[in-house]
Design a protein around this ligand. Structure first.
Ligand SMILES: [Zn+2]
Length: 314
């Protein structure tokens, strides 16, 4: 096993990010781990340090781990926190995205577990999200409430350039990767009724999950290049099981599927990081998303919010 170094910084520190020697000039790529992927990435991170970042939106899900993963410098956050403390409705999405941006991250690869709404998207497959239907209703979905009127363009909620890089890298892994899936994001925490599941299919939904939004909206407001890798754990309830199985057996199958999809997703992320593609490009349109989005005249924005704009615009 590669040598690991765990050093914990003091709280509220954002300027003492310790970088691995010799890598100071390489870009810091953000990884957000959802169900499944979080623990696996943490286990493979080397030369890492933990940074507690304070934000105007409260504390992130946990300390951000910065270190080396597959030869790249990454900043990793576990979306649900240690011990899976945060439900999809209570994840501090705004704090997580703001904290990554504050550390200098401009490109984020996020991951999450999903159910499949489509026969051809099978358990254990991987799907790269292309579109989202956002049904969430009780989450902070903007950085700008009571600060300014900001209308970001969201026709394509994910970075096309980053998605292409992931899809190109997918050829080198053994798992089936779907390159452009439509994700229905529900509030939860309960899963869908069967009638809802059938309705989501009629809407054109292909994946169902609870965490894609508002993460992608906030990443766009933070001028980040952002992509989502979804791990398919099972078919949603539109599909009635062929054979009767008890709940314990079904849960065991779902966990097994998720573990396999997680291993495949790790291979995919490693392939992307090693692809040699420029994953952090300041010329990408994502990196200019606020240019025309702020409708409030500057003189009407309270100067006390200056730092927020500085972080989101950098
Ligand atoms: Zn981009």
């Amino acid at each position: 096993m590669t040598e690991r170094m765990d050093s914990t910084s003091s709280p509220l520190v954002d300027s003492t990010l310790r970088q691995s020697s010799g890598q100071a000039s390489s870009p810091l790529i953000g990884l957000i781990g959802g169900s499944g992927l979080g623990d696996a990435v943490q286990e493979q991170l080397v030369n890492f340090s933990e940074t507690a970042v304070d934000t105007p939106y409260g504390s992130p899900s946990g300390k951000i781990l910065t270190g080396t993963f597959s030869g790249a410098r990454i900043a990793f956050i576990n979306r649900h926190g240690d011990g899976h403390r945060f439900s999809p409705s209570t994840v501090p999405y705004a704090a997580n995205i703001f904290a990554l941006k504050k550390l200098g991250v401009t490109t984020v690869i996020s991951s999450c577990a999903v159910g499949s709404l489509k026969k051809d998207i099978r358990p254990k497959d991987i799907a790269i999200a292309g579109q989202v239907i956002d049904k969430t209703f009780k989450r902070q979905n903007t950085f700008f409430d009571n600060i300014a009127a900001v209308h970001s363009e969201l026709a394509n909620p994910y970075c096309g350039r980053l998605r292409d890089a992931i899809v190109n890298a997918a050829g080198s892994i053994k798992s089936k990767v779907h390159s452009n899936a439509t994700y229905v994001c529900m509030e939860g925490p309960q899963f869908s009724t069967r009638a809802e599941s059938l309705m989501h299919q009629k809407w054109g939904g292909e994946l169902i999950g609870m965490t894609a939004m508002p993460e992608a909206k906030l990443a766009r407001e933070a001028q980040m290049c952002f992509a989502l890798i979804a791990l398919v754990s099972d078919y949603d309830c539109w599909r009635e099981p062929n054979e009767k199985k008890d709940a314990q057996t079904l849960l065991g199958e779902i966990i097994g599927n998720l573990n396999e999809a997680t291993a495949n997703a790790i291979e995919l992320i490693k392939a992307v990081l090693q692809s040699g593609e420029n994953l952090c490009d300041d010329n990408c349109p994502c990196r200019k998303s606020l240019e025309l989005a702020v409708w409030t005249k500057p003189q009407h924005i309270d100067p006390k919010y200056k730092e927020i704009f500085e972080v989101l615009r950098k």
